[in-house]
Write a protein that binds this ligand. Sequence first.
Ligand SMILES: *Cc1c(COP(=O)(O)O)cnc(C)c1O
Length: 386
Amino acid sequence: MSWQDRFASALQQRKEKHLLRQRQTLQSPQSTHVTCGSSQLLNFCSNDYLGLANTGGEDLARAAQEWQFGSGASHLVCGHTRAHHDLEDALAEFSGYPRALLFSTGYMANVGVISALAQRGDLILQDKLNHASLLDGAQLSRAKMTRYRHCDYQQLNELLEAAAGDCLVVSDSIFSMDGDLADVARLAELSQHHNALLMIDDAHGIGVLGQYGQGAREHFNLSQDALPVYIGTLGKALGGYGAFVAGSEELIEYLIQFSRSYIYTTAMPPAVAQAMLGNLERAKDNKLREALTDRIEQFRSGAKARGLPLMASESPVQPLLTGASDRALRISDRLKNQGIWISAIRPPTVPQGEARLRVTLTAAHTTEDIETLLTALESAFAGDES
Ligand SMILES: *Cc1c(COP(=O)(O)O)cnc(C)c1O
């Protein structure tokens, strides 16, 4: 088979299974109301949980006046600027650790941290529903990886008891496609008991969890020792771009030496790092979290009253299970015709037979937006009883 035939046949198979992905092109900035093609859509797909993606443009313009555009090199060569360094200091303080290390994306942070921490002969234990970047990092490390059943800490305990070598335990805090929250306190207790190293990916928790938005560690009231490797991302609730790992002096210094996705890549534009400082300040405003919590409660009680297939989530990620992929697509299309944008999430992003509409809520949605959403969902689901 030629390469071209291979591509064509893989695409054809995806299409037949209703799994082909198509990008939608926005004509306006990220917001609760967007222009997509020629339609105005009320947007329930973004991870912009605090509504901050639509702020900070002025900070960025000002920072670009000072720093211009490119960083010119990797951090270890000559691309590490005061802007990057200030952001690292601010992130360490925000998350409550001695130090933080800035990565260009969460994907790169996860891959680079896991592959630097674990080595051949080690065991990496991961929740079955962990983000793809955590699984990819484990593959790259050459350590052995075992996935435990979703939030099954009994099974995790058994695996830790049976383990011969050093163990790294890795979990999402809020799971990206289900919206439920790992019991990070239990993970910390088990890891400490078995001398395993715990790493939490707080991509959906930072800015959202905890009174001050500091994320999973604040929410569960854990010490730095209980949660020694903390990953936060800047592209979701913090409304910008980038990611970081926070931890001890030794951990960060070790990663600077050994994390390949940190070392062998160009530093992010310094203006982006500097503009992130403004969004980080804005994320500290508790009113945003209060508004978000109100919208989540409004959505869940309205959805329950209408008999919609809610999942067990208290987070801004509120999926509605449809089961079949074609059903998720049909309902999503119907909603789009009514001006509501919710993405259909299908395998392999979620397990077979568990396709869903992934509703995400933000502090920028109004109570009217949520009512419009609920009314549209009720009729879209009623029109598709299969
Ligand atoms: C989005 C996400 C990432 C990746 O972060 P990016 O900054 O978008 O690369 C990592 N982990 C989880 C759980 C995520 O949801």
